[in-house]
Design a protein around this ligand. Structure first.
Ligand SMILES: O=P(O)(O)O[C@H]1O[C@H](CO)[C@@H](O)[C@H]1O
Ligand code: HPA
Length: 319
């Protein structure tokens, strides 16, 4: 272990500060940006692979209230985040803070019961650091799930939106999980993001929705991530709709960016937990709230679980 802690006060690690030339070292810039050095990610991955005896092929991130996706896993080995070296802890209700490793439909998988959000106070690189851990554990496919507000007027509460693209609002503001020095062992300095969402997996998920008889409540659309923790204003929601956004949340995009940077195949979906109002109203019940988000997710977890396990079974056929 390097002894580096991303929450350390940068100024206290004076060994890495500007040298006689006045230039900051790469390691110092990495600390300034709260990024994790490759070696530290490798150590976390080694800890998990050694502790579970498993090299997972698929990584699953459970959205708010969707932690039961991890309950599908057979012979689970459960790691509390607080017991994993250098791992952040979950602070949001509906995010248990456990990493579950085991087998699903004959495929070794790793599931995060609890993700990290920017509004929790974590820099984006830290929010999506577990995706790099997954990569170094052997993960080739990322399944990212989330609870989201439906902006597309055709979407109903309880529908599923398969993500085929995103609008990165935090990126518009100059924030990225890839900010700071690039380590080419993960990926290129300037990764392309067209075709980020694997078309083959989207098509398989559409076929699965037909087989499940739920195709009328499954859509393909565009997700946007805002910083939160506030839900959006009417004016913001109208602006997002004009930009072609179908569903809005506070997660996922930075995880997808990190996964594509290291060449993982990505499948992501939103469970629509509330309809976003785009008209001004005094009615309290039209305001988004986390209790409603959690309740809808709990209600719909069965369909989400079936969608995920059937898709894993499809991937298993192609391995
Ligand atoms: O994106 P997930 O983690 O599913 O959670 C969503 O639900 C919370 C708001 O209710 C926010 O954290 C939003 O991002
Ligand atoms: O309406 C929403 N907005 C942002 N994030 C969300 N997560 C669930 N619902 C929402």
């Amino acid at each position: 272990m390097t002894g580096y802690n991303s929450q350390n006060d940068v100024a206290s690690s004076n060994g890495n500060q500007a040298g006689a030339t006045g230039h900051k070292s790469t390691e110092y810039i990495a600390q300034e940006n709260h990024t994790y050095p490759y070696e530290m990610i490798q150590e976390i991955a080694d800890f998990l692979v050694k502790g579970s005896g498993i090299r997972p092929k698929i990584g699953i991130i459970c959205g708010s209230g969707l932690g039961s996706l991890a309950d599908l896993i057979q012979n689970p080995k459960v790691f509390e985040y607080s017991k994993i070296p250098n791992f952040p802890v979950s602070t949001v209700e509906g995010h248990a803070g456990k990493l579950v490793v085991g087998c699903l439909e004959g495929v070794n998988v790793m599931a995060m019961q609890g993700r990290f959000h920017y509004y929790e106070g974590y820099p984006l690189a830290k929010c999506s650091m577990p995706v790099r851990v997954m990569k170094l554990c052997g993960v080739e496919y990322l399944f990212a799930t989330n609870a989201a507000g439906g902006i597309n007027p055709k979407y109903a509460v309880g529908d599923i939106m398969l993500m085929h693209d995103h609008v990165n609002m935090l990126g518009f503001a100059g924030n990225s999980p890839l900010q700071g020095p690039n380590d080419p062992r993960f990926g290129p300095r300037f990764p392309a993001l067209v075709n980020s969402y694997n078309k083959d997996l989207i098509n398989k998920a559409i076929d699965i929705s037909k087989a499940m008889g739920i195709e009328s409540s499954v859509h393909v659309g565009v997700y946007s991530c805002l910083g939160g923790p506030t839900y959006e204003t009417i004016a913001e929601l109208r602006a997002l709709r004009m930009m072609g956004v179908d569903a809005v949340g506070m997660s996922t995009v930075h995880e997808v960016i990190t996964a594509r940077h290291c060449d993982m195949k990505v499948f992501a979906f939103s469970l629509i937990t509330n309809k976003c109002a785009t008209e001004y109203s005094e009615k309290k019940d039209e305001e988004a709230n986390h209790d409603e988000v959690m309740a809808v997710a709990k209600n719909k977890q069965k369909a989400c679980c079936e969608m995920v396990s059937r898709l894993v079974a499809e991937i298993q056929k192609s391995l």
